[in-house]
Design a protein around this ligand. Sequence first.
Ligand code: PRX
Length: 570
Amino acid sequence: MEVISPKMGNYNLANYEETRKFFHWDEVKKVFSWSKTGNINIAYEAIDRHVEEGRGDKQALLYSDAHREETYTFSELKTLTNKAAHMFSKLGVTKGDRVFIFMPRSPELYVALLGAIKVGAVVGPLFEAFMKDAVKSRLEDSAAKMIVTTPDLITRVPVEELPHLETVILVGENIPDGHGYRSYYDEMNIASDRDEIIQWVDLEDGYVLHYTSGSTGKPKGVYHVHHAMIQQYQTANWVLDLKEDDIYWCTADPGWVTGTSYGIFGPWLSGVTNVVRGGRFSPDDWYQTLEKNKVTVWYSAPTAFRMLMGADPAILKKYDLSSVRHILSVGEPLNPEVVRWGYEVYQHRIHDTWWMTETGAMLICNYLAEPIKPGSMGKPLPGIEAAIINDHGEELPPYRMGHLAIKPGWPAMMRKIWNNDQKYNEYFAISGWYVSGDTAYKDEDGYFWFQGRNDDVIMTSGERVGPFEIESKLVEHPAVAEAGVIGKPDEIRGQIIKAFISLREGYEYSEELAKDIQAFIKTELSAHAVPREIECRDKLPKTRSGKIMRRVLKAWELNEPAGDLSTMED
Ligand code: PRX
């Protein structure tokens, strides 16, 4: 068995087995002021606490994009997030209200998000690429009261169709009239920065709502509570290995859970300098970001590593990456060849971590002091009970494939699916385990090996895409009668989205029509939901009840046997 041993000198979680035996989450709670006061607010703990404890002048945020380069200390972020909190409060936000943040990465995004949490709001971060329908369905489902966005994105927020939406805060110049539009900068200018605005809440009160896709139905609102900080902090220590002087860069956008749990809270709860780079991926840009900021700990995703692996090796040679001491990955299977390549070119192991939007924080990981088996996700965090179970909830012995399941009760676990108790309960249908939807096995050393999703969820470029939302949109195109969407294996992106369609009477398939359909999805839903491949068929395989059989489409695509077809219509 191939194993990459840790280098000498890194001792974090050196005694994995011992820690596993004796660790309890209650120990971690003592770190926070909560244990002294009975009060909590994750935003206070992430920012203000460091000011109270004398670290106010420390750099908290190193922000850059193609046009801006700014740094903020913890004191400055404390003042700004207090002001944002006063702004939200003045405009009517109270504890538990849903406030959405829909904008490209920028310092304002982070300030607004933390400010809203300071007044006890539940924040819904939305990726900037979302189009009108995607935005609308999320705001509608959660009955959002307020949204922070930019003048560029405002046409994608259908204010008149959202009766609960009272106020739109616009970050930018030239604020149009009407629709409850408010200028972020004007409001911030006049807002107080005093501390008393902070809402002290219960550990079990909500702070974030991340919409994510399943294989059926609309995206689900995964609801997380302040309690999550206990685990975010502890994993930042054990897994990210964050220490006082680290400069940390998580490449994820806060529209995805990685971008909040580990792009905001993991590092800031630990008081570490956090790098945020706006704009899109390019190998030059990324290596430059590492070099310029002297990043020490870097958390990214397999797709990015594969793209860097595919880039011209001369690019890497231009940059000095000697500051980097620890690299991690999340989101999809990390190919062994990527781990080997990373070890060769960066001279560091890439540490895979496994978790989900629903889990709120890391659960199965590779640790600095432990050997890595390339291709394995690693071992459960101390305090976490993970198992491979069968359909009856029985634990399976090593090397048997089954459901990857977790014993509920970890601090960062989602507390509900917004407006959908049934969906929430479905996760726990097998003997009370949290069933992830992933198939995996465990080896004799307790390492977990990912085998696949056992539903139709597509993982493309590290993003989770539900086929149902795309299919529903495809059939709204005038030419499309039926649609079935699958993930097709792809070397760089993990999977790409492939759509099988049949056409309505009077339409004929052409390249042009395919392009038109792609443009339709891009403008109506979002760029990352666009099927890169479209294949037209006279008829799609369906069950007798009329459900498109994605399993059969997959078999077509991969030239594999389609399995049991007894439920298929003739
Ligand atoms: O299938 C697993 C895959 O991503 C799914 C969760 O997606 P999402 O909620 O978008 O969260 C991604 C980042 C937290 C999982 O059910 N996944 C995540 N990490 C890994 C992974 N698959 C293999 N290896 C991983 N390390």
